[in-house]
Design a protein around this ligand. Structure first.
Ligand code: G6P
Length: 617
């Protein structure tokens, strides 16, 4: 995945690059590096580990130049060591990449045959060599890059500097985002506008196979065949998102506590608060007018495809469990990496929904492009405004969760669940399945969610105290039926991500088709069992597990004596209508994973091997 940032201007490139990389650390945090002009050389500094290791290394270093590039890495090819960290320098060429060169092995073979020596295991170094070799012929960085791009297969965004043109950065992309920030006497380049929004709000979004040459405070964008392109400069209406733990031990815990507010922020734009009615008039991009034909397509649709990855996929699955019974619209939910390659047969007049906190997940973006190609109306549910998925969708619902720093998503997930509640009601209303009274009652129920969620935050202390005992379990089985099933899946994912223990989410009714064989004293069965129409069936499944020696931790509604009697641990969420009970049960499963991981001494905010935004396949 990785984050890249470039700077040309009058400020200290070291400071600007480090600040920018800090904002991009969510994209990868196993090593980092910079190449900054010093005299007539680009000096490269790299460090294994978090960005703080690079900052320490750079603290005493002074650079005379006013230009540089930087990188924070999520390893794809080669271990996260200093020698694999970017920038990769070959002769006078230094290069950083966000992405993957899929045919790198073939290209490397050709270079080895020519006698080229490699100093890393990365795919990126191959590109640095290709450009360096090309420079021997063309002596022009843009021309060299133009002839190298056609040789590359994969998805990438790159920044390149050359000691033969020391005032210049050349950047190009095919897949991952790359945005140019146009400031007063300075130019920045980054994977995410947040890396430069403190310096300028004027942005140029580069498209695939475009090349930008930045020289001093000027820039020029070319097509691959050298034609100069006029690109719009967008004035971004975005504030710098400051990360601050606000006294919490971790960002994740702070973000769990922010969830009541996040849900209120997600609901408010789509509800007429005073009259407790739905208000779906503003599905345009960031306040732009709603494209009427697409809104019509949504209102009339008979089938919906929801496509996403990771936690967002489970949010999508939750959407299916709401939309089908409430609005009578058939919903298919797909993992984006499967959807894009399985030649999906898509019904005409269907609507496709893409859920993505970051708005940049490569597979989700590719799935959106496929659905658009097939003529479907595409609705995005994103947290990051002006992200690629947001910009390319036809209709937009915003999570409005604010900056989410913890790699394991919490508030964005819960905000999405609440948006699916609204969407299900909107679709039911469009199909005349909802009376005004019902609409008002259900909207009122949703608006009550934040205060019920506040009550669930009290489980923080409970899990803090229980965590040590929970470390004794080697495995965790999460069970649920109906809309508690996606919550069970999300609970298991959170535990895997954070505590590095084996956890699986299962539909409770599937227990007897395999998982029962796993039951022993070392496996904790966590069941989400609110008082809904599945209650008795789920309790029967628990009895079956109990009869085989299973240890049960149940999350039920209120003071449920029956559940208590079969459980070693019991937690009662507030009694709530079916539509909203699912959201309430998310909080305990998040807190369980958080406190268990913390008790095990893990880095909760930046779990090993993961990244928050996945811009490679
Ligand atoms: C990564 C993150 C997850 C996230 C998933 C999808 O795996 O670690 O927390 O759910 O990507 O990301 P998106 O930004 O598309 O929601």
């Amino acid at each position: 995945m990785c984050g890249i940032v470039g700077y040309v201007g009058n400020k200290s490139p070291k400071d600007v690059l480090l600040e920018g990389l800090k904002k991009l650390e969510y994209r990868g945090y196993d090593s980092a590096g910079v190449a900054i002009l010093n005299g007539d050389r680009f000096d490269v500094y790299r460090a294994e580990g978090k960005l703080s290791a690079l900052s320490e290394k750079l603290a005493p270093v002074r650079f005379s130049g006013r230009i540089g590039i930087g990188h924070t890495r999520w390893a794809t090819h080669g271990m996260p060591t200093e020698f694999n960290a970017h920038p990769h320098k070959v002769k006078g060429i230094s290069l950083v990449q966000n992405g993957i060169i899929e045919n790198y092995a073939e290209l490397k073979e050709e270079l080895l045959e020519k006698g080229v020596k490699f100093s890393s295991e990365t795919d990126t170094e191959v590109v640095a060599h290709l450009i360096a070799l090309q420079m021997d012929d063309s002596h022009d960085l843009v021309a060299a890059i133009q002839s190298v791009i056609p040789k590359l297969r994969g998805a990438y965004a790159m920044l390149v500097v050359s000691e033969s043109e020391p005032e210049t950065i050349v950047a190009f992309k095919a897949g991952p985002p790359l945005i140019l920030g146009v400031g007063e006497g300075e130019i920045l380049l980054a994977s995410d506008v947040q890396a430069f929004i403190d310096h300028t709000n004027k942005a140029v979004y580069l498209d695939d196979f475009e090349i930008v040459k930045v020289k001093g405070a000027h820039y020029e964008v070319f097509s691959l065949d050298g034609i100069t392109l006029k690109k719009p400069v967008v004035a971004l209406d975005l504030a710098s998102e400051k990360s601050d733990k606000k006294g919490f031990k971790h960002y994740m815990l702070k973000e769990i506590y922010e969830q009541p507010r996040a849900v209120a922020n997600a609901l408010t734009p789509y509800v007429d608060i005073e009259n407790k009615r739905l208000s779906f008039d503003s599905l345009g991009m960031q306040g732009a007018p709603t494209p009427k034909e697409h809104l019509q397509a949504l209102a009339n649709c008979k089938r919906i495809y929801i496509v996403a990855c990771g936690t967002s996929f489970y949010a999508g699955l939750y959407g299916k469990y709401l939309i089908e019974p409430i609005a009578g619209v058939a919903v298919d939910v797909d993992i984006a990496s499967e959807f894009r390659y399985r030649d999906p047969v898509l019904e005409k007049n269907a609507v496709a929904i893409f859920v993505s906190q970051s708005g940049e997940t490569a597979d989700t973006l590719a799935a959106l492009r496929l659905a658009k190609e097939k003529g479907l109306t595409c609705l995005s549910i994103c947290n990051t405004k002006a992200s690629t998925i947001d910009r390319e969708a036809d209709l937009h619902l915003y999570m409005n969760s604010g900056l989410e720093v913890g790699v394991a998503s919490t508030k964005a997930f819960i905000s999405t669940l609440s948006l699916f509640n609204l969407l299900a009601l909107y679709l039911a209303q469009s199909k005349d399945l909802l009376t005004e009274e019902e609409e008002t009652r259900l909207v009122d129920g949703l608006l009550a969610l934040p205060s019920l969620m506040e009550a669930c935050l009290a489980y923080d202390t409970y899990f803090k105290e229980a965590a040590q005992e929970l470390t004794n379990y080697k495995g965790f089985l999460y069970l649920g039926r109906g809309h508690s099933y996606p919550i069970a899946l999300e609970g298991a994912l959170k535990l895997k991500e954070l505590a590095y223990r084996h956890a699986e989410g299962y539909a409770a009714g599937e227990m007897k088709h395999g998982p029962l064989a796993l039951i022993d004293q070392g496996m904790l069965i966590i069941v989400i069992c609110p008082r809904d129409k599945f209650y008795e069936k789920t309790v029967s499944n628990l009895e079956e597990a109990k009869a085989r020696g299973g240890v049960v931790f149940s999350i039920g509604s209120g003071d449920d004596k029956q559940l208590k009697s079969i459980s070693k641990h019991y937690l009662g969420i507030p009694e709530a209508p079916w539509m909203t009970s699912g959201i309430l049960s998310v909080i305990p499963v998040q807190l369980l994973a958080y406190h268990l991981a913390d008790a095990l001494g893990h880095d909760v905010d930046q779990p090993r091997n993961l990244a928050k935004s996945v811009t490679v396949e």
